[in-house]
Design a protein around this ligand. Structure first.
Ligand SMILES: [Zn+2]
Length: 317
């Protein structure tokens, strides 16, 4: 009897990083995992995963899928909208966790409700990084470390996707500038992003090193995050890269999605993740809403400083 699972993943790269540990557990528990994703390279280390091509117009997805031949993909094993088919097919579960997010559940809660894999223990989000990507990141790291004694901070400045505009979730760019200015003696700031697929809101000055045009591919950015001392972003893929790499990661929130949906006290190592959000948080779930984004600079400063200097109680994973 087939004992397979069909995982319908998100199309966001950050979401795909977050779902890795669940796909990994599923790959241990089921004979075959059918995974709908535009980023198969994230799951290369899992041997019994088959990939279903998502229907999407998202630029990052399309760019990623270009590297795979047509015969790489397998047909979807069932109609994802009709759960009765899974039983007929002896395929017991699917992950449809978009609904959970609409109900205000964290991504981890939603996954765990579908297959209760983690019982209150923190999740290991680490993803194996192929050697060639790691080596590119290491060369960049060595070049930086040769010229400075500062700690390295990787940063992704607020912007919107060209094809999927979401102003609501963005914090003010000036808050990033504030942190850069206040902590410039402590950190060497490296920005990563891709102006070919996103439009930045405002401009950051005094960045030490920029990779703003997609010069680094996603796995290399993940590797560089693992070599850095700090990651700063709004809710974007870079937060997930930071979480997966085990590097201290600080998130600035605008509005739109509550911090608790992305940052999970139950399943994440909270020694490694910090955030600041507007006190009067707008939970509108409306991408174009003019959410309140006000964060007091004094609070921003102290939240980041306390987080950055918090003693590491847990040993490195
Ligand atoms: Zn709003």
């Amino acid at each position: 009897m087939a004992n397979n699972v069909y995982v319908i993943g998100f199309n966001g790269f950050g979401d795909c990083i977050y779902q890795f540990p669940f796909v990994k557990k599923a790959s241990e528990r089921f004979e075959e995992v059918y995974l709908m994703t535009a980023f198969p390279f994230l799951y290369e280390s899992l041997k019994n995963v088959k990939y279903v091509r998502p229907q999407t117009g998202l630029l990052t997805c399309l760019e990623s899928m270009k590297q795979y031949r047509e015969d790489f993909w397998v047909p979807a094993p069932m109609d994802p909208v009709d759960p009765t088919q899974y039983r007929l097919d002896n395929t017991p579960f699917t992950f449809l966790y978009h609904d959970g997010m609409k109900d205000g559940k964290s991504m981890m809660e939603s996954w765990n409700e579908t297959i209760p894999i983690y019982e209150g223990t923190s999740i290991d989000f680490s993803i194996p990084i192929p050697r060639d990507h790691y080596d590119v990141a290491l060369r960049i790291y060595n070049r930086i470390a040769f010229g400075t004694n500062k700690k390295i901070c990787l940063l992704h400045q607020p912007g919107t996707r060209k094809e999927w505009v979401n102003y609501a979730r963005l914090p003010k760019t000036e808050y990033f500038q504030f942190l850069i200015d206040e902590f410039k003696d402590e950190y060497y700031f490296v920005s990563v992003g891709n102006k070919n697929v996103e439009d930045y809101i405002g401009k950051l000055h005094t960045i030490d090193l920029r990779f703003d045009y997609g010069e680094l591919n996603l796995m290399t950015i993940m590797a560089l995050a693992s070599l850095s001392d700090m990651v700063i972003s709004y809710i974007s893929f870079l937060i997930a890269c930071g979480v997966a790499s085990g590097t201290k990661t600080f998130c600035l929130f605008g509005g739109y999605i509550r911090p608790e949906m992305w940052i999970d006290y139950k399943y994440m190592d909270m020694d490694k993740i910090g955030y600041v959000a507007p006190i009067d948080f707008c939970n509108c779930h409306d991408r174009l809403h003019e959410c309140n984004k006000e964060i007091e600079l004094e609070r921003l400063y102290s939240e980041f400083r306390d987080f950055a200097h918090r003693e590491e109680e847990l040993s490195e994973a």
